[in-house]
Design a protein around this ligand. Structure first.
Ligand code: NAP
Ligand code: HSE
Length: 431
């Protein structure tokens, strides 16, 4: 019989916090077997004491005051699952300063303040773990810190946001409306409290910054990660992409070459038969290129209560075992590199362009001249839907590799051509 107890303090009992509380309550025996002690939920912070929850907790476990969780002497591990930056960061700093171990799934705080929190933890002789912050239930932080350490990693191509991958899948496969698909993702607990973080690529930017920092051992500030979301995409883009043999995904890409790192999140056309194109719904995937291991792909559910609780519980058990067996953790691998960020203007890509033009002779020649004068060469052109009454046509162009800077100049040039009614969309093409 395990008599020793490790006290857990929860900050937040929402989608993920509710999932974690359930596991703590329902899997007590299994966890005790793995940890060598009992994991006991001592107190949980919420915003609204009366709110209906996915887990039934005795009212005296709930509090509105963070200090009643963090400062309780019988709380050994503080588990931050409230989200956001302000209060969450304050609570995390306070927990570490009070000598509590910290487990979190907060990618915003870890991306922006990871280095200072890790330093604070080291100073106070405690641990910070954040497996749940990236890729939901997929083990990612641990593999980058342990299993891949002997590798020089050159590239990460990843799908890191479950909400947008769910929306893109529903739009592409079922022709579902963007707003209906988003509502479904919210109902399933995938989306952030403010879903613009998902839709505009901000959530994926935080996650990419965490993974790239671990992969390249040099802190990648999320401020230096380019991000664009999926709100510009229309049903037509999926249709046309498919005709060219592509799927559209929101990819988070990081590459290292020499002393430079490029890190970007944006919609991408990728070959229909690539593995990342097969990642559907809430699933995420991270494709890594290492010099020893070659290419690997880590795949699984990227959001939702249970998959994320799986990752958070792994951290709680790891910290608790270290407490139980008095193991002093070695600390995280140092991120001492001083790599420079490549500006987005210097990134190279192929492009898909969808233009609405006047359907008249010489239009294509004018468009080709603008692209050519920016050293962008066309690989394919298709003329789509023609509207005789309006004398307009839709043209879809695929280019060869060009510099982002050149493409941005070309877009300005195309926009000022009298024959171009509207630049409907442009999407980068990868792989
Ligand atoms: P959520 O459902 O909105 O839950 C947030 C919880 O924190 C709620 O219990 C809320 O209390 C509490 N809370 C928020 N602000 C508070 C405040 N100012 N004072 C006291 N309590 C406060 O969020 P979630 O989806 O579980 O996400 C939590 C964290 O996990 C975020 O950092 C998120 O990015 C991350 N994450 C989420 C997922 C996912 O699939 N949802 C996956 C991976 C990581 P009330 O319940 O009383 O409102
Ligand atoms: N909102 C996030 C997503 C939750 O959809 O991926 C998982 O981090």
């Amino acid at each position: 019989v395990n008599t020793k107890e490790i006290g857990i303090g929860l900050l937040g009992v929402g989608t993920v916090g509710g999932g974690v509380a359930r596991v703590l309550l329902e899997k007590g025996e299994v966890l005790a077997g793995q940890t060598g002690c009992r994991l006991v939920l001592r107190k949980a912070l919420v915003r609204d004491l009366g709110r209906a929850r996915s887990v039934s907790l005795s009212p005296d476990l709930l509090t509105l005051k963070p200090e009643e969780v963090i400062e309780r002497p019988d709380v050994d591990v503080v588990v931050e699952l409230m989200g956001g930056e302000g209060l969450a960061l304050k609570c995390m700093e306070s927990a570490l300063a009070h000598g509590k171990h910290l487990v979190t799934a907060n990618k915003e705080v870890m991306a922006k303040h990871g280095p200072s929190l890790l330093a604070l933890a080291q100073k106070n002789g405690v641990e910070v773990r954040y497996e749940g912050s990236v890729g939901g239930g997929i083990p990612l932080i641990a593999p980058f810190q342990r299993d891949l350490v002997a590798n020089e990693i050159s590239a990460i191509h990843s799908i890191l946001n479950g909400t947008t991958n769910y929306i893109l899948t529903r739009m592409a496969d079922d022709g579902m409306d963007f707003s209906v698909a988003l509502q479904q993702a919210q109902d399933r607990g995938y989306a952030e409290a403010d879903p613009t973080y998902d839709i505009e690529g901000i959530d994926a930017k935080f996650k990419l910054s965490i993974l790239a920092s671990l992969a390249f051992r040099s802190w990648v500030n999320p401020k230096d990660v380019f991000s664009e979301g999926i709100s510009r995409l229309e049903a037509k883009d999926f249709r046309y992409a498919r005709e060219f043999g592509y799927a559209i995904k929101l990819l988070a890409i990081a590459k290292k070459s020499g002393d430079f790192v490029e890190a970007r999140v944006h919609p991408v056309l990728i070959a229909d038969d690539s593995l990342l194109a097969q990642v559907r719904g809430v699933f995420n995937a991270v494709q890594v290129e290492g010099d020893l291991v070659g290419r690997i792909i880590l795949f699984g559910r990227g959001a939702g209560a249970q998959p994320t609780a799986s990752a958070v519980m792994a951290d709680i058990v790891a910290v608790s075992r270290n407490i139980m067996y008095r193991i002093k953790p070695a600390g995280l691998l140092p991120m001492v590199g001083k790599l420079k960020m490549k500006p987005m203007s210097e990134v190279e890509s192929r492009y898909y362009l969808r233009l609405n033009v006047f359907d008249q002779p010489g239009v294509l020649a004018q468009i080709a001249t603008v692209l050519g004068s920016n050293r962008i060469s066309i690989s394919q052109v298709i003329q789509k839907e023609t509207d005789e009454a309006l004398q307009s046509a839709e043209i879809v162009i695929m280019t060869h590799v060009a510099r982002e800077e050149a493409m941005q100049r070309a877009l300005v040039g195309l926009g000022s051509l009298g024959v171009v009614r509207k630049i409907n969309n442009f999407v980068r093409v990868e792989m």
